[in-house]
Design a protein around this ligand. Structure first.
Ligand SMILES: [Zn+2]
Length: 117
């Protein structure tokens, strides 16, 4: 396979794919040149992104500094949220059973108005 590739390149094939004829004035065919340009652009974009990410990571980790415009309204300056305590998750049992709470029901009203007859 290497021999065939060498032969194709010697015959004027692309240096990269050795399958298509190389473009005039270049050692790659049109398609490989396009791929190379794409890869170069991608590499360049990756380098730019890495630079931006490095710059962001190098910045010190600071809280929000309030300005005259936002007046310090920022989640960074907010108080910590209230968290439910243990008493919320495990409440104490009701000290008085509801059956003994006589004030919950009327003594005289039997609710006859709501019964169907
Ligand atoms: Zn090629």
């Amino acid at each position: 396979m290497v021999q065939l590739r060498t032969y194709s390149v010697a015959e004027g094939g692309c240096r990269r794919c050795a399958y298509r004829k190389r473009a005039p004035g270049d050692f790659l065919c049109d398609r490989c040149r396009e791929d190379r340009d794409i890869e170069r652009g991608q590499k360049r974009q990756d380098a730019l992104d890495a630079a931006v990410i490095d710059e962001f990571a190098a910045k010190p980790d600071r809280a929000h500094e309030p300005s005259n415009l936002d007046c310090g309204v920022s989640p960074w300056n907010a108080r910590p949220r209230k968290e439910p305590s243990a008493a919320y998750w495990s409440p104490l049992p009701d000290p008085e059973p509801k059956s003994e709470q006589l004030w919950r029901e009327s003594l005289s009203d039997l609710g006859w108005r709501y019964s169907r007859h």
